[in-house]
Design a protein around this ligand. Structure first.
Ligand code: UFG
Length: 343
């Protein structure tokens, strides 16, 4: 069985990806420092897959502890690196925390790869690297724009570090996946997003409002240059996104890459506005949502959606889940959290 190290494997995207990896026959070792995740996610992964993944509570910035993980679990063939701090606003307030967590983790993993014969890396990048794109839909060749937050900057810097390192390191290759906006939850309602405090992202805010934890959703701006004036994003189902990681790992381990560093947009190719998403949520769930229009949120991109053709054609991956099904899955997850008394 091929052994894969998944950092941040108890987080939102990480946990869904562990499920897909296990269901595709991979042997998964998770490292996670539990800074933005819960230990009982392992039980839920086991409930879905009937396999309990190996887990080490380790911070990826701790080189000695990471080395001990590679010593303990021999034969790790590839790494998927999810572990990172990811709140845009917090990154502006605490830049050094973001640079330390996100950059030092990456450096440690890259240093360990050739030492332990690890062939491949899949890196969680973001469409944030495109900033406000000049051409839509956005392709992988679109220019990288100056980052508007330390968080975004860590994604750009890590992409560059990976390129520089792979260029001079034989036997190591990488795939960087630029995610658009991941939403939804596992259809089992056993896994999903667990926002820390007041959600900053749209869909958790919607589901928490719908269930009565929040009074109303604030829609940030209706005066953008878009058909209904609200911002447009490409919302990608989290299970579809998780599957992209499995095909990326398959591709690396099968030696099928065209170049030793490849980059793919992971999105649906469809842009939806905030107001459209609110409407779709109400229709999919039959739940009425309180919302009001407020002023713009600083730093928001007006419109961005993916051209996912490279991922479709080269990676052989495509988003397939309809958005109403995805929104319903997010709602079921929110209901499950209430049942469990978590939120
Ligand atoms: N929005 C609201 N009200 C809210 C929350 C969000 O109207 O309460 C709007 C935003 O203004 C934006 C859209 O919903 O137009 C999506 O906002 P999110 O915060 O969910 O997502 P972003 O596109 O702003 O950010 C996401 C990730 C970042 C990543 C970025 C890349 O959260 O980590 O995409 O573009 F950097």
């Amino acid at each position: 069985m091929k052994r894969i190290l998944v950092t941040g494997g108890l987080g939102y995207i990480g946990s869904h990806s562990v499920v897909e990896l296990q269901q595709s026959g991979y042997d998964v070792v998770i490292v996670d420092n539990l800074s933005n995740s819960r230990r009982d996610v392992i039980d839920n992964i086991e409930a879905v897959t009937s396999v309990r993944p190996a887990f080490e509570e380790v911070d990826c910035t701790d080189m000695a502890a990471m080395q001990a993980v590679f010593d303990k679990y021999e034969g790790i063939q590839a790494i998927i690196h999810f572990a990172a701090s990811k709140a845009v606003g917090e990154s502006v307030q605490k830049p050094l925390l973001y640079y330390r967590n996100n950059i030092v983790s990456m450096l440690n993993l890259l240093e360990l790869m050739p030492r332990y014969g690890v062939k491949g890396l899949v890196f969680s990048s973001s469409c944030t690297v495109y900033g406000e794109p000049d051409v839509l839909p956005v392709t992988e060749d679109a220019p990288i724009k100056p980052a508007t937050s330390p968080y975004g900057n860590t994604k750009q810097i890590n992409e560059e570090i990976i390129r520089d390192f792979v260029k001079v390191t034989e036997g190591v290759s990488a795939i960087m996946l630029r995610y658009f906006n991941p939403i939804g939850a596992h259809p089992s309602a056993l896994l999903g997003e667990l926002p820390n405090g007041v959600p900053q992202n749209l869909v958790p805010y919607i589901t928490q409002t719908a269930i009565g934890i929040r009074k109303e959703l604030s829609v940030f701006g209706d005066d953008y240059d878009t058909p209904d004036g609200s911002c447009i994003r490409d919302y990608i189902n989290v299970v579809d996104l998780a599957k992209a990681h499995v095909v990326a790992i398959d591709r690396i381990l099968a030696g099928k890459q065209d170049e030793r560093v490849e980059v793919f947009n992971i999105g649906t190719g469809r842009g939806l506005s905030v107001l459209e998403l609110v409407d779709l949520f109400q229709k999919a769930t039959g739940v009425k949502l309180n919302y009001k229009i407020v002023g713009r949120r600083e730093g928001d991109i007006e419109k961005v959606w993916a051209d996912p053709r490279k991922a479709n054609e080269v990676l052989g991956w495509k988003a397939t889940t309809p958005v109403d099904e995805t929104l319903l899955s997010a709602w079921r997850w929110q209901e499950k959290l209430r049942e469990k008394g978590i939120q």
